[in-house]
Design a protein around this ligand. Structure first.
Ligand code: ARG
Length: 275
């Protein structure tokens, strides 16, 4: 699936405040190790045939490395390439948004500004495309709010893009990308415990094969992997998950993200797919 990705070097990466349960231990970040792990991620992308683009990191924005969140990146016939800027819950993360918006504006993306008021919307933390870009799955409950997702849905509906709201209930799966990963047009990894019952039922309806992750797999970010040209990049693997991936024709590539997990993020959070 992935061909071109946007990443942000972790020059100022740190754990400052507690934005999610993984950050409660306030584990000190080893910046050199973080830099090495980030570099290894870039190499893994290149080895799987993906082109890596970068945005310069800004001082004081400790989470800017999580490129998935500040904007939603889209493509649709008629509109072309577009972004929807996020309204992040945390102040330091709200300051990332203009940097990302400028990056995309300079490259000709159309900017679709939503009137979010007091609602929140956290980009591809909570908004995931179907692999053929025909529909968007939208998580809410911890970071993006239901109202934020509804405003997003209204805007996408006008463009002819259906949006499927999904209510998240596990604080360790505070973003949809921690408990849901499309593998191809028919199959997805899902951690069922992360969803309200009706949302899980609705999500299942869109897939021929839903492969359930265990709580342990999900909480170790094994559902936060990246499908890239026949590979599944993941921070860890179990026999169970390896069997699933092999069955879907995907090769496992391990990329260590231990420093970034201290901040509650792993591979999927660290990039934005570009159209
Ligand atoms: N520390 C970051 C935060 O809590 C982690 C973001 C993870 N990103 C993601 N797409 N799940 O905002």
């Amino acid at each position: 699936m992935a061909k071109r990705v946007l990443l942000c070097p972790p020059a100022y990466f740190d754990v400052v405040d507690q934005k999610n349960p993984y950050m409660s231990q306030k584990l000190p970040v080893d910046r050199r190790k973080a830099q090495e792990q980030w570099q290894a991620l870039c190499s893994a992308f290149e080895q799987t045939g993906c082109q890596v683009e970068t945005i310069p990191p800004a001082p004081g924005l400790e989470d800017m490395v999580f490129a998935a969140n500040p904007v939603f990146v889209g493509f649709h016939e008629g509109v072309g390439e577009f972004i929807v800027p996020s309204r992040m819950v945390h102040a330091s993360r709200r300051r990332e948004v203009p940097f990302y918006v400028d990056w995309f504006r300079q490259r000709g993306f159309k900017i679709i500004e939503l009137h979010l008021g007091d609602e929140y919307l956290e980009g591809h933390g909570d908004l995931l495309w179907h692999p053929d870009w025909s529909r968007v799955y939208a998580g809410y409950g911890f970071r993006s709010t239901q109202g934020g997702v509804e405003t997003f849905r209204d805007a996408m509906t006008k463009l002819g893009i259906p949006v499927v709201p999904l209510h998240l209930v596990d604080p360790y799966c505070y973003h949809l990308d921690t408990c849901f990963c499309p593998l191809n047009l028919e199959a997805a990894l899902v951690y069922p415990g992360a969803y309200a019952a009706e949302s899980l039922a609705s999500l299942r309806g869109f897939w021929k094969r839903v492969h359930a992750l265990t709580a342990d797999e999900a909480h170790k970010f094994m559902g936060n992997g990246i499908v890239a040209n026949g590979s599944y990049l993941t921070p860890y693997i179990t026999q169970h998950l390896e069997g699933i991936l092999r069955g879907e024709g995907l090769e496992v590539v391990i990329v260590d993200t231990s420093e970034f997990e201290k901040s509650g993020g792993s591979l999927f959070c660290m990039k934005a797919f570009l159209p």
